[in-house]
Unconditional design. Structure first.
Length: 267
């Protein structure tokens, strides 16, 4: 067997999603760079397994999604999807599986971070939008080209993008299919931070280290997520309900005591 054949076999046999524990975060790396890390059924299954594993894993502070080979994700695997177009039920089920995956990411029990190591397009862009935080390499480009290719987005960009950048800018991005640089997306509010390419993973690890944990952090995570899904009055009512519930939680006393003791020590 030639070296090239051996390398091809290794790539072919590689799991489509590599999951690894790195400090306080559980990372998932899509491993289909030759296909733009497109989400086919195997990738979806790998990401579903990653999200399910987070529930059982102890001591985690965050979940991190990234890609390999200088590509984050080009979206759904159009080749696999196109083969289903003759079967309406099968095509809808395929899109639904992706949509459910994105919703599971958006409602994960831990903060989620998209480590955008390269191009993020269409469904890949929607994965970025669904994450709680998004840190991108400076060379990354992001955009949603669904409409430009005659496709209606199905994984949430029409709902989430306007909430991040405003209706006019979202409509412009969606109807033109333009990609923007990481710095431009940071300015618009799509990204949390931008890092030099060789510092991306370090920047993500730093963000993970800064995240708080515990019942209060969990409640705040749920509240901020819900605030984008509800009216202001409903969001404020939910916040009050969560606060009154937290007042009865022993963890509140422990947290306040640590804070007060720390302030007294400083003074």
């Amino acid at each position: 067997m030639s070296t090239s054949e051996a390398e091809a076999g290794t790539v072919k046999d590689r799991p489509p999603v590599a999951v690894s524990r790195r400090g306080d975060a559980l990372w998932a790396r899509i491993e289909r760079p030759r296909q733009g890390n497109a989400c086919n059924s195997a990738v979806m299954e790998g990401l579903e397994t990653w999200l399910a594993a987070a529930v059982a894993e102890e001591g985690l502070k965050a979940l991190v999604l990234t890609g390999s080979g200088g590509v984050f994700c080009a979206g759904a695997d159009m080749k696999e999807g196109a083969a289903l177009l003759g079967d309406e039920a099968a095509a809808e089920a395929y899109v639904r599986r992706g949509r459910d995956l994105v919703e599971t990411l958006a409602s994960a029990p831990l903060p989620t971070i998209a480590a955008v190591n390269g191009v993020a397009l269409a469904g890949g862009f929607e994965l970025v939008l669904a994450a709680d935080f998004a840190v991108a390499a400076r060379s990354a480009r992001l955009g949603d080209g669904h409409v430009a290719h005659g496709v209606v987005p199905g994984w949430g960009s029409t709902a989430r993008l306007p909430r991040l950048v405003g209706a006019r800018e979202a409509t412009l991005l969606l109807l033109t299919g333009e990609t923007r640089s990481a710095d431009e997306m940071l300015e618009l509010g799509v990204l949390t931070a931008v890092a030099d390419d060789d510092r991306l993973e370090a920047a993500v690890e730093d963000l993970v280290d800064r995240l708080a944990t515990g019942p209060a952090a969990q409640r705040v995570l749920e509240l901020t997520r819900n605030s984008t899904r509800a009216s202001l009055d409903a969001a404020l009512a939910a916040e009050w309900d969560a606060l009154t519930a937290h007042l009865r939680d022993p963890a509140l006393r422990e947290g306040v005591t640590r804070f007060v003791d720390g302030r007294e020590t400083e003074s």
